[in-house]
Design a protein around this ligand. Structure first.
Ligand code: PEP
Ligand code: MG
Length: 627
């Protein structure tokens, strides 16, 4: 562990590179007790927990349903080829992580990955599946039958007599490999989440290699003490979900699963990114004090709820909440947020079997809008693509992930997908317009890069509104404001022109950082490069605020940095007056707002904008915090 940590730190050129330091802390006096180990990862910023480890494995692959396909064989072949492509990408990622594992694991896993990758290439398996598809079977049934048939051949000897000893063990292994690759393909065909949470003990720490946003959305926060993952980045959608659910979480903790047994005690600090395995009694006592202190702090922050978010110098700063799941509504009410600045509607699609129709969507939007009373709710229309996957959308044929789309983050994402399939957008606009009768609503368009996208979306919006009016449906007059997310350098640099076509702008720094720095927001490998405080990102935020001011359009910021109290003075200094964040962050940010003076924030922002070095920018923020 220690050697791994050192070599990786050197490679990454910084001492505390998250996720790769696994230090043996102390020798243990009790020679039978395992040593305490400290791991470091990317903190999600959600408090502290102690609990037994629960290693979450993959969910069993679904049984193939209908065996005979209703689709022509060419389409089933395409589906199969896409599943092969996804499986290869997953295995390549696993191979990339191999170098970080202890040598014994590398020796064990490396050849296995070779076998899987060979099977996915031009192989007997491929040919067999294609032949079954041509006979009219679904891709799932073809994969299932072919891998079972191949496994069966492995288990029987050429002469039909029973295998024994080493020969039998090798045959079992080989058969297992076919079944495993079959399960992976079927899971990728059916987009089944990879996680099994059966028998999860209440309060345990869920430890897994990876967790997809769809899996994270299924977690019950009242049962899960904490989450520790070997993969992921802090602004990926998995991290956003975990933060929204208020679960103490640390991501990108490489090596944490190595030699970990279920039930091992873990201390998880979601604020610093530390994970301690097998804490010594002294560490455990300290951690218990930390948990109690954290609970007291939350209580104190709760008292801020009724106080206004006005700066010490008098300026009012609007603090709103982001909502990922309706389950968060009570948290939003407790946080004292002044409305919802970003309602991500992806949850309606994420684990759905079929697309939610207008009535189903209306029901959800109307209940949220009604719960917010006179505070506004900003509803963003579906932002699909990238890391987010939806079985319902795929089944309905609305896919941004076509065979020629190797890079979904740059493909049919957000507004692009909606304009390709306007029926989706029409349904969503209609449901939102109807919900607007329950209270103040705003509508946001995701991933806009062109004014023409806004124009087309607005035409659809107005057409839907006219249709509803003709039917006598009450939809508020004037129509709810229509805004655009600024999430790409292209949009940021042309924000002034885009602002002319909308009623407001919302800066999405999660994607803006990713696209500006060409760094995947959800990747552990590039986590150290993903920096929303990079001067280029800050210059863009500043430019968008100025552009909005020129066009006299309101602008807010709803990326994850809006919820980081260390960054609040900088954002205010850059001219922002409206921030939207995960509900649990509102009290801490409000505390900073109330204790800051605008002039100081302005000076801080000017100094920071003149900086070109990220470390210096962090130092200035730290200095401001301590002053
Ligand atoms: C963003 O990109 O900053 C944002 C708020 O949108 P999302 O995180 O949902 O992509
Ligand atoms: Mg975004």
């Amino acid at each position: 562990m220690k050697e791994l940590a050192q070599s990786e730190s050197e490679k990454n050129g910084r001492e505390t590179t998250a996720g790769i330091r696994a230090l043996k802390r102390h020798g243990n006096e009790n020679r039978h007790a395992p040593d305490e180990l400290l791991f470091e990862g990317e903190p999600v910023g959600t408090g502290f927990a102690i609990g037994p480890a629960f290693i979450a494995g993959e969910a069993p692959a679904p049984e193939p349903g209908a065996r005979l396909s209703a689709l022509p064989p060419e389409q089933e072949r395409t589906r199969f080829n896409e599943a092969v492509g996804r499986s290869i990408t997953q295995l390549t990622k696993l191979r990339g992580r191999l170098a970080l594992l202890p040598e014994e694991s590398q020796v064990e896993i490396g050849p296995l990955l070779d076998v899987y990758q060979r099977m996915l290439g031009p192989s007997r398996l491929q040919r067999g599946v294609m032949a079954r598809i041509d006979e009219g079977l679904t891709a799932e049934a073809s994969v299932h039958d072919e891998t079972e048939a191949l496994a069966g051949t492995m288990l029987s000897s050429p002469g039909g007599e029973a295998l024994a000893g080493e020969e039998a063990a090798a045959a079992e292994r080989r058969a297992g490999e076919f079944r495993e690759i079959g399960r992976r393909l079927i899971r990728n065909l059916t987009r089944t989440p990879f996680l099994a949470l059966g028998h999860f003990p209440d309060g345990a720490v869920l430890v897994a290699e990876t967790l997809r946003p769809a899996d994270a959305a299924l977690i019950d926060p009242s049962r899960v003490g904490a989450v520790v993952l070997e993969s992921g980045g802090t602004t990926g959608h998995t991290a956003i979900m975990l933060r929204a659910l208020g679960i103490p979480s640390v991501l990108a903790v490489q090596g944490v699963l190595t030699d970990l047994a279920n039930g091992t005690t873990l201390v998880v600090n979601g604020d610093t990114g530390e994970v301690i395995r097998n804490p010594e009694p002294k560490t455990l006592r300290q951690a218990q004090r930390h948990v109690a202190a954290y609970a007291r702090e939350r209580q104190q922050l709760g008292r801020l709820k009724r106080l206004s978010s006005r700066m010490a110098s008098g300026e009012k700063i609007q603090l709103q909440a982001n909502l990922e799941l309706p389950a968060e509504l009570p948290l939003i009410a407790q946080s004292g947020a002044a409305g919802i600045g970003l309602l991500r509607t992806e949850f309606l699609f994420i684990n759905a079997e079929k697309l939610p129709d207008e009535a189903a969507q209306y029901e959800i939007y109307a209940s949220v809008v009604a719960a917010m009373g006179s505070d506004p709710t900003t509803i963003r229309v579906l932002d699909w693509g990238g890391e987010k996957q939806s079985e319902a959308l795929n089944r309905a044929g609305f896919s941004g992930d076509g065979e020629d789309n190797e890079n979904p983050a740059l493909g049919l994402r957000g507004i692009r997908l909606l304009l390709r399939y306007p029926a989706l957008l029409e349904t969503q606009f209609a449901a939102i317009l109807r919900a607007a009768a329950k209270g103040p609503v705003q509508i946001l368009l995701p991933m806009v890069t062109l004014a023409s996208e806004i124009e087309t979306a607005r035409e659809i919006y107005e057409r839907v509104a006219r249709r509803l009016k003709r039917k006598g449906v009450g939809i508020g007059d004037p129509l709810p404001p229509l805004g655009a997310m600024i999430e790409t350098p292209g949009a940021a640099l042309t924000a002034e022109a885009l602002a002319r076509y909308v009623d407001f702008l919302a800066i999405g720094t999660n994607d803006l950082t990713m696209y500006t720095l060409a760094t995947d927001r959800a990747s552990a490998e590039t986590a150290s490069l993903y920096d929303p405080l990079h001067p280029a990102v800050l210059m863009m935020i500043s430019g968008v605020v100025t552009a909005a001011l020129h066009e006299r359009k309101p602008v807010s910021l709803c990326g994850e940095i809006a919820g980081d109290p260390r960054i609040t003075p900088l954002l205010i200094g850059l001219g922002l007056r409206s921030l939207s964040m995960t509900a649990s962050a509102v009290p801490r940010v409000k505390q900073v707002v109330r204790s800051s003076r605008y002039e100081d924030c302005h000076m801080l922002a000017r100094r920071i904008l003149a900086e070109t070095d990220g470390t210096e920018i962090r130092r200035l923020l730290e200095e401001f915090r301590e002053a």
